[in-house]
Design a protein around this ligand. Sequence first.
Ligand code: TMP
Length: 253
Amino acid sequence: MSRRKKIYEGAAKILYEGPEPGTLIQHFKDDGIALNTQKQEIIEGKGVINNRISEFVMTNLNAIGVPTHFIRRINMREQLIREVEVIPLEIKCRNVAAGSFCERLGLPEGQILPRSIVEFYFKTEQGNVTLVSEEHVTAFNWASTQEIDDIIALTLRVNDFLYGMFSAVGIRLVDFRVEYGRLYENDMARTVLADEISPDSCRLWDVLDNNNRLDKDRFRQDRGMIGEAYTEVARRLGIVKDHRLVAAQNEGA
Ligand code: TMP
């Protein structure tokens, strides 16, 4: 498709060399992958929707002073981002018990948590994502204590912002996963939000019907209508108007 140098290809995204030093192009694919790659499927239009939702969220987070790697959207599937040194952790923030949290602690799905909980996970070379403590994070030098503090504070700010944004359109933010990177400016490293925020990385339940899942659980649990659910999130946020518009934009991507 292009002669740009590919830097990295993951399950749902590709990173290409950017037009200027210190920049990258983040390309959103339609691939759905879950259960440690055992489940794979093309979800038509997913990349287009996730690019738009992530642009919307990152732009608003930048506006309230949460530093992110996002610079601007380039086209329907791609965005220009700052190149960061990836902090090798996945950070999950939970408001309501669901998914692996229920399995680990034996809690019923849907139980409201006493407060928002921020967790650290490490992805092993074998691809297993494991819950780790702050002790592990500092002992293995994955992040410093200052970075841990920054990550927790930023994640709680992101949570407050997202919770309010989704509540306003009748969606309950159950949990989400984010990643961070180091942005070097004159020898100083700043912790910035990286990767994406989209229905691939959040649990989003319709407030009027907890069983109406508007996120990747539709794919993980074979509930179907995945593209429609993601489009519904974008439509409620006022990012896209309807399915036909998305389909037309998709053809032009
Ligand atoms: P979990 O309950 O399966 O640990 O997931 C918590 C949140 O993290 C949920 O919003 C989905 C998101 N997540 C990802 O973004 N990528 C993943 O690989 C997994 C397992 C979860």
